[in-house]
Design a protein around this ligand. Sequence first.
Ligand code: NAD
Ligand code: MG
Length: 381
Amino acid sequence: MPKHIAILGSTGSIGTQTLDVIRAHSDKLVVEVLTANSSADLLIQQAKEFKPNTVVIADESKYTQVKEALIDLDIKVFAGADSLSQVVQMGTVDTVVTAMVGYAGLKPTIEAIKAKKNIALANKETLVVAGDLITKLIKENHVFLTPIDSEHSAIFQCLTGEPQEIEKVILTASGGPFRTKSIDELQKVTKAQALKHPNWEMGAKITIDSATMMNKGLEVIEAKWLFGVEADNIQVVVHPQSIVHSMVQFTDGSIKAQMGLPDMKLPIQYALSYPDRWHSDFERFDFTKYPQLTFEEPDFDKFRCLAIAYDALRKGGNAAAIINAANEIAVDAFLKEKIGFLDIANLVEKAINGIGFVDKPSYDDYVATDVETRKYISSII
Ligand code: NAD
Ligand code: MG
């Protein structure tokens, strides 16, 4: 039985690579829904190729363009952010790939789980903001969540067939483009430099998050919710070659690692094939071509976002929702060249001190925290 897939954010880095995987496994994967924020041309092209049941363009000003382009095909077209939450509930869909970026993914992910859809999750911000809520809903609705993030896919793969307790999770980090720069140098780095990641081609937001190492901070929080490990048992290790995608240490001291060349198509495919493995023709890793795989401690003074994320995880409540919202606004401002690189961490820290703490947040509390933090940080910028 093929899986029937909805992709939230089909025009982005993860979205297009998900379609590459589907193209290679069209006997096992069928596209039901494609959605994009504003990339109408690419969405139209994808719809013509994959002939989904439904497409959504979140940007309403692009509705007519998409509708007219697909008029001769039997494809429903909707616009607006609310439509995202509706199409994931469609009866024909069984799996939702959350490949959209940021907090905007939270509501459609919740609606998908409530409609009993399995989730292949790339949109880590959803787990960062409301991990307790999401994990609770996953259990209540008896659905699967498989991680797409390469580190979490690695851990997930290491844990397959292991009923044992985890002693520690070791999350690897490339260190990003500024791993060897001094704090003084970081003061002056440009948007163009920050957008050049050494090992991965990704969307703009996550690429900046990788440069500040906030991405690794968000992933520490993501790991807590996916695998039930506490902050003290999640270690970040900088591994510039990005070959070891992450590791698990068990209570007998044994460590399992998952390895391979950096290619997101592999974790995307595994998230969709699990519990099976499907053949792929992705380039194979050759140990003899990498005589040195190196590992080092992260520099928490230089990459303060990583330290702030650990603190937020330890604090709990709405702290992670605060840092996520502040970071989204700060990264956007950095990409518009309104603030400097180190201002991102400064602003996230200001948000933690400036926004009220809620110990046991409800969904409405998370929404309020997000709105309030965005307003507060925008007013400072
Ligand atoms: P991207 O910017 O390349 O693509 C984002 C997609 O989401 C696009 O299709 C865009 O149209 C859509 N989108 C963006 N904002 C939206 C909104 N407000 N409403 C509706 N649609 C919206 O991003 P990406 O690099 O593919 O990352 C997507 C997610 O996957 C992020 O959460 C990121 O952290 C995570 N992730 C990405 C990678 C990677 O290699 N790119 C790796 C691990 C995790
Ligand atoms: Mg990752």
